[in-house]
Design a binder for this molecule. Structure first.
Ligand code: BES
Ligand code: MN
Ligand code: ZN
Length: 483
């Protein structure tokens, strides 16, 4: 079975006020700091005696109506609701639906986060188990509340299917995942969505149009490069946002080959492309009123007689040249072509790129936090805030001019990978060269570290995390509101 065929992305969350739970595998009761949120004598007595579970923790309880899972929601922040959903779905046994009991007055953003947690926590590389979840309201929601709750569930569905899609693409082995395959997945996923179209440039067209760096990086592979361009153009949009994602389907390092350990996880080197593509699908699903053009430069950085060499000079889409001192610094090269194209041909209002760009990201910020670079403080703050809502952390690092001299080359307009600077910062400074007059409306996210998780943790599954897809959806929602 192919990696993306197996999920129809049809998740069932039924919103119901029926009390019949005879067929449920377990019922879930959320409990805040002051006790359970729905009235039940036994659950209340249990919490009284043993204390309520911590946020994100679960406790199983004997109950005459069948098993009850008490999940802690702490102070009921979005992150705590999401963590509760994830822990509940992981504690699920049997095939029957999991039935979550909620007060009818539950706020819609809490409902959304809970459902996100149920779906995201239920992701598993091989055996998705989230198709049977009931969210049961104890009592009838009042005036308009039910419509709002249903809308919140639809938002959660769009986010969860985006994150699942990004995780699936990133978990897929490179034996299957070459640039053409990735492009096909995007074309398939986009078909049938309103106001959304996809263009795929093959190697001939890339050559004819001057994408020299993408062709150089992909030149060593038996599977040639592609450029995916998604265009979501809703009629009411006023802003034009361009998203760019690094799509290296496998990074051997090329002639400057990686170590055995360093190469092990390099099928994930397209996680940036996966996140931007997935977020664009969600934007179309939610009919967000913002124009989005999404670029995924796709290539395999392979070793062969036709691979580009350290010391080669390549010409970018924008006509400038780069001396490629290390073929393992391939991500910035393919991004540079896409950024140059965005700035010259698309005239965007804002440009945001996501890339598994450097190992230095994890050295500086640890395994869960992306590095954020921008000269635009409002844009940076909006992305950080979207990340907080999504539970995806980032930390802003500077773009100091004292390293720009390092980028100078005798042979070309610049060097790709000078020695001696802070790796993630120098990579960002390199990308900045391609932003032209859009440099003040650009943000770069180096998300090498948080793109992968070695174990399941909260809403993260073991393996690809889909980092960035959820944050981008939240940010695009806000951009749509701002007009
Ligand atoms: N894909 C890697 C970065 C990476 C490393 C992502 C570890 C995730 C985990 C990137 O193409 C790369 O090789 N970067 C080099 C840059 C250097 C050659 C200037 C690096 O970080 O060492
Ligand atoms: Mn590399
Ligand atoms: Zn790479």
């Amino acid at each position: 079975m192919s990696w993306t065929e197996r999920h129809p992305y049809v998740f069932a969350i039924r919103l119901t006020d029926a009390r019949n739970s005879a067929d449920a595998s377990a019922r879930v009761v959320p409990a805040g700091a002051d006790g359970p949120l729905v009235a039940d004598e036994r659950v209340a007595a249990h919490c009284e005696a043993r204390g309520t579970p911590q946020a994100g923790a679960v406790r199983e309880l004997w109950h005459p109506d069948g098993p009850v899972l008490v999940v802690g929601v702490g102070a009921q922040t979005l992150g705590e609701w999401r963590a509760a959903g994830a822990v509940a779905v992981r504690a699920m046994t049997g095939d029957g639906p999991l039935r979550v009991l909620l007060p009818a007055a539950v706020p819609d953003d809490a409902m959304r986060a809970l459902v996100e947690g149920l779906w995201l926590g239920g992701y598993h590389v091989r055996t998705p188990r989230t198709e049977a979840v009931d969210v049961q309201l104890t009592g009838a929601p009042t005036d308009g509340a039910e419509a709002r709750l249903r809308a919140a569930i639809e938002q959660a569905r769009a986010v969860a299917s985006a994150v699942w899609f990004a995780r699936d693409l990133t978990n897929a082995p490179a034996s299957e995942k070459n640039p053409a395959w990735f492009a096909d997945q995007v074309v398939d996923a986009a078909s049938g969505r309103v106001d959304l179209s996809v263009t795929v440039r093959d190697e001939q067209r890339l050559a004819a149009e001057g994408f020299g760096a993408l062709l150089a990086v992909g030149g060593g592979s038996a599977t040639p490069p592609r450029l995916v361009e998604m265009s979501y153009r809703p009629p009411a949009a006023r802003q034009h946002i361009v998203l760019v994602g690094k799509g290296i389907t496998f990074d051997t390092g090329g002639i400057s080959i990686k170590t055995r350990e360093g190469m092990k996880l390099m099928k994930k080197d397209m996680a940036g492309a996966a996140a931007v593509v997935a977020a664009t699908l969600a934007a179309a699903d939610l009919r967000l009123p913002v124009r989005v053009t999404t670029l995924a430069p796709l290539a395999e950085n392979a070793v062969s007689g036709s691979a580009y060499r350290p010391g080669d000079v390549i010409e970018h889409y924008d006509g400038t040249t780069t001396e490629t001192t290390n073929s393992d610094a391939e991500g910035r090269l393919v991004l540079a072509d896409a950024l140059g194209y965005a700035v010259r041909d698309l005239r965007p209002d804002v440009v945001v790129d996501l890339a598994t760009l450097t190992g230095a990201n994890a050295v500086a910020l640890g395994r869960r936090t992306a590095a954020l670079y921008s000269h635009n403080d409002d844009l940076a703050a909006a992305l950080v805030s979207a990340g907080e809502m999504a539970g995806e952390a980032m930390w802003q690092l500077p773009l100091p001019d004292d390293y720009t001299d390092l980028l100078r080359s005798d042979l070309a307009d610049r060097h790709s990978s000078p020695a001696g600077g802070p790796g993630s910062v120098v990579a960002a400074l390199f990308l900045r060269e391609f932003l032209g007059d859009r440099v003040g409306d650009w943000a770069h996210l180096d998300m090498s570290a948080p793109s992968w998780s070695d174990s399941a943790d909260g809403v993260l599954s073991k393996g690809a995390t889909g980092w960035g897809a959820h944050m981008l959806v939240r940010w695009l929602e806000r951009q749509g509101e701002a007009g």
